[in-house]
Design a protein around this ligand. Structure first.
Ligand code: 5GP
Ligand code: ZN
Length: 119
């Protein structure tokens, strides 16, 4: 992805720190920040620093980033105090799931009873 393209991607900009966000987690591979439009008391998005388009076409080289995202999501759940009460990790894919940002992100949702099936 070119520099110009990553400047147009909001989550590349959040990872680079050029778009402000309320970050709750960072390491060398991923960043976790609060969703702008939270759907639960705890709603954090975990993104890889490197631009990956979605979870529907993972490349072999994405393996380490995917593992880092899942590890970070579980650590965030512990730090946000929802590990015991329970939480949901969500990857939205495509229009019917409401995917709106095409930089891979894992939703961490918790702090309230989450309905099933999801709406
Ligand atoms: P999706 O529906 O693609 O799975 O979720 C995208 C999420 O990103 C939405 O929940 C939306 O509220 C959130 N979001 C979109 N743009 C921004 C932004 O600039 N900052 C933050 N913190 N969240 C954003
Ligand atoms: Zn991006």
């Amino acid at each position: 992805m070119s520099e110009a393209e990553s400047e147009r991607c909001p989550f590349c900009r959040i990872a680079a720190g050029t778009l402000p966000s309320e970050q709750v987690y960072r390491d060398e591979m991923v960043v976790g920040f609060r969703d702008l439009n939270p759907q639960a008391p705890v709603h954090v998005l975990v993104i890889p620093r490197r631009h990956i388009r979605g979870i529907n076409a993972p490349e072999a080289e994405d393996g380490a980033a995917l593992a880092a995202m899942v590890r970070a999501a579980n650590q965030i759940a512990r730090e946000q105090g929802v590990a015991e009460s329970g939480y949901r990790l969500v990857w939205n894919v495509g229009p019917n799931a409401g995917q709106s940002v095409f930089h891979l992100h894992l939703h961490v949702l918790g702090g309230r009873r989450l309905g099933w099936p999801p709406g």
